[in-house]
Write a protein that binds this ligand. Sequence first.
Ligand code: SIN
Length: 360
Amino acid sequence: MKRIVVVLALVFVLGGASPAALCGQDPLPSVVVLPTVVVLSTGGTIASTRAQREEGYAASLSGEQLVAAVPGLDRVALVEVQNVANVGSTNMTPALWLEVSRRAGEALARPEVAGVLVTHGTDTMEETAYFLDLTVSGEKPVVLVGAMRAASEPDADGPRNLLDAARVAVSEEAKGKGALVVLNGEIHAAREVTKTHALAVESFDTPEFGALGVVNVDAVRFYRAPLRRQTVELPPDVVLPTVDIIPNYAGSDGRLIRGLLKEGPVDGLVVEAAGAGNIATPLFHAVREAREAGVAVVITSRTHGGRVLPLYAGGGGGTTLHELGCVFADNLSAQKARVLLMAALTRTRDPEELRRLFER
Ligand code: SIN
């Protein structure tokens, strides 16, 4: 049953005259309809508790419990909760990404819904955020939010982050900026944000370009917008292709790739190369075998900043990888490149088409 809740509030016009006052009458109560925000709850530290110090934290709280612990949330939005999962984010899966994306799309299609909040563990939040950025279309925001201190801690940061995220989700300025990550009073773009600290409350950053904006007590304020965004439309009932990440390090010998090719299935590989996109020669030979077997290969850098380019010669230099049909991933991290490759491979395997998607 559709539920429409109307909140009556007396609105006092500060510093201006209402039409009623201009007519010499007392102001009438105004009707304020709060926007609806749909919370998709998936677990993480924000939902975690531990009863005793010796025990480990475990995701245990429902979305309804998370929402109930946020003073003032009821003045920001009408909140609807859907419990999607209750896992640590290291156990998020491509199947769960698809489920969250489907539910977010359905919620945002409802006219009364201003935005979607996804409560999520911080460890892999940037991967889910980028998947949602790529697969949820439209102008309304999808805001991912988590916490670094568990809900059972006296100084838990979850409630404040959740309130901030809800304020971003209903903000006009958040429209058209895709999936956003809100923690610690900062707003970050899904494509660029990364977790940069294992423990600190200020754990999220956009190292190359900085946050998009801030959430202060008086306002949600954006200072810039993400320009490199795209939507990849997924076929209905899609199963995402298998893509693995291969690191390059001194002495990389290609055994990891050969093992994957033997075990299968492998649809794509993301190679986390060194510097501008170069790998060890023995690893290059294994990449060539993968390409000969029809596997899509994407090159990223372990430097966490700057674009990868085909610059260097010699077996494993960027130019030789380019000749093999490897795709260079601009400045995407290996994890984000994997997300884009998984989505892209549902549409094409052609290296030139893949290159176009990675250049957008
Ligand atoms: C997790 O990612 O589920 C655990 C860590 C966190 O949420 O901060």
